[in-house]
Design a protein around this ligand. Structure first.
Ligand code: HEM
Length: 408
């Protein structure tokens, strides 16, 4: 019973962390939050400071699971690959090694070359339901487009994308949702299946490199032509899995949240429809106002003082981008969603400093092309009045509405 109460409290906090953030921004120093088992870094200037002091605040445990894994699930995972440090969980030279192929593979030119494919996929998804007059957009669109796009970036066969996307969601469930023991085992088995799928690509691209991100990562992380060692395969599969998940769960979540807030305020939807040049500003406001990755962790490498609070070595801080983006010292009426807001590009939704998101342009482009397509194809789009108001998923990791029923 106590566990259920505890979980219900945690879910409530995760569905709406904003009141806690606000209290933490107003409090002196940092606020320790037992539910997060961490010191919450809530103000814009403190978040920036942590992200810039990478030697004092290590990324080694940036992304810890929210739930403990059962012995049975832990028994399944060794049949797959990893875990190994990835770009998001490494520091210094190790981080630079992981980051280099991502910077090249997600350069402005590479992203621009992906866009025609992204537009075609988006159009075809809309063709699939445009005549219906109603849809549930999370399933019909938001969860699909980014997986297709990141699949293309990595070099996956389109036929493998649905399984890869499903594997990504199963990994998220395993690490961030409380599942019954048998549910955890089933999710762990699906994660292992995803890893074997990715390992097939890794070995294939070693033999027959192509112009894709999988080949680029193989060449960068395991230089040479020799057959890959098992250790290299562990590292490559973990890194590819990380890129896959970082690339689509985030963007899928934000497509859902962006549409929720825009459709929740008909005046702003109509304004956007009348003036599509507002699309980039609308995207930026959606990313600022209710971002997908609410927070990542950092661990102190030595005793440090932050915002006047003394922290020992090995202390955990939760760096809340989602709170910094509503800092009243930086934004007027920070809790309001306002696509005409000036200066909203200073937000920290894509991080900052050495670990700042290398995929932000690709994410922004998908959000923009989605709005462009929806205002043209479904100008009368609105939330379905016969359904209850959409509820947010209880997570800080890929914040999004659970479902988004619409009509047009
Ligand atoms: C709206 C969508 C997205 C959001 C909100 C988002 C947010 C973030 C944030 C906050 C970080 C910083 C993590 C940290 O400080 O430790 C990050 C890092 C990262 N993102 Fe994104 N991201 C998005 C889309 C993407 C896409 C489309 C890709 C790739 C295709 C991507 C790949 C990555 C990678 C690989 C990292 C790790 C970088 C590093 O540690 O050096 N992200 N992202």
């Amino acid at each position: 019973m106590a566990w259920h109460d505890d979980q219900a409290r945690r879910d409530e906090l995760y569905r709406d962390p904003y009141p806690l953030y606000e209290r933490a921004r107003r409090a002196e120093g940092l606020t320790y939050v037992p539910e997060f088992d961490a010191w919450l870094v809530a103000r814009d200037r403190d978040v920036r400071e942590v992200l810039l002091r990478a030697e004092d605040f290590s990324s080694a445990h940036a992304l810890l699971p929210d739930v403990p894994l059962s012995e049975a699930a832990l028994g399944v995972l060794p049949r797959g690959f990893g875990p190994r440090p990835t770009v998001v969980s490494s520091d210094g030279a190790a981080h630079r090694r992981h980051r280099a192929p991502l910077n090249r593979g997600l350069s402005a030119a590479r992203v621009a070359a992906l866009l025609p494919y992204a537009r075609t996929c988006a159009s075809e998804l809309v063709d699939g339901f445009a005549a219906d007059g109603s849809a549930e957009l999370v399933e019909a669109y938001a969860r699909r487009l980014p997986g297709m796009v990141v699949g293309r970036l990595i070099g996956l066969d389109p036929a493998d994308v649905p399984a890869a996307v499903d594997g990504g969601y199963r990994a998220e469930e395993l690490l961030f949702r409380p599942l019954a023991p048998e549910g955890q085992v089933a999710a762990a088995e699906d994660v292992v299946a995803l890893q074997h799928l990715l390992d097939g690509y890794v070995r294939d691209r070693r033999e027959r490199p192509r112009d894709d991100m999988c080949s680029a990562m193989v060449a960068a992380l395991a230089p040479g032509n020799a057959e890959l060692t098992l250790e290299q395969r562990h590292e490559l599969v973990t890194s590819l899995q990380n890129l896959l998940i970082a690339g689509f769960l985030t963007t899928s979540a934000l497509i859902g949240t962006m549409l929720l807030h825009l459709l929740g305020d008909r005046r702003q939807w109509r304004m956007l429809r009348a003036d599509p040049s507002l699309i980039p500003a609308a995207v930026e406001e959606a990313v600022r106002h209710d971002t997908a990755i609410q927070a990542f962790r950092r661990t102190t490498t030595r005793p440090v003082t932050l915002a006047g609070t003394k922290l020992p070595a090995a202390a955990t801080v939760l760096v809340a981008y989602g709170s910094a983006n509503r800092d009243e010292q930086r934004y007027e009426r920070p809790g309001e969603f306002d696509i005409t807001r000036p200066g909203n590009r200073q937000h920290l939704a894509f991080g900052y400093g050495t670990h700042g998101c290398p995929g932000s342009q690709l994410a922004r482009d998908q959000l923009r092309l989605t709005l462009d397509l929806f205002i043209r194809r479904m100008p009368e789009l609105r939330l379905d009045r016969d359904r209850p108001r959409p509820q947010m998923r209880p997570t800080l990791i890929h914040r999004s509405p659970q479902a988004l029923y619409v009509t047009w």
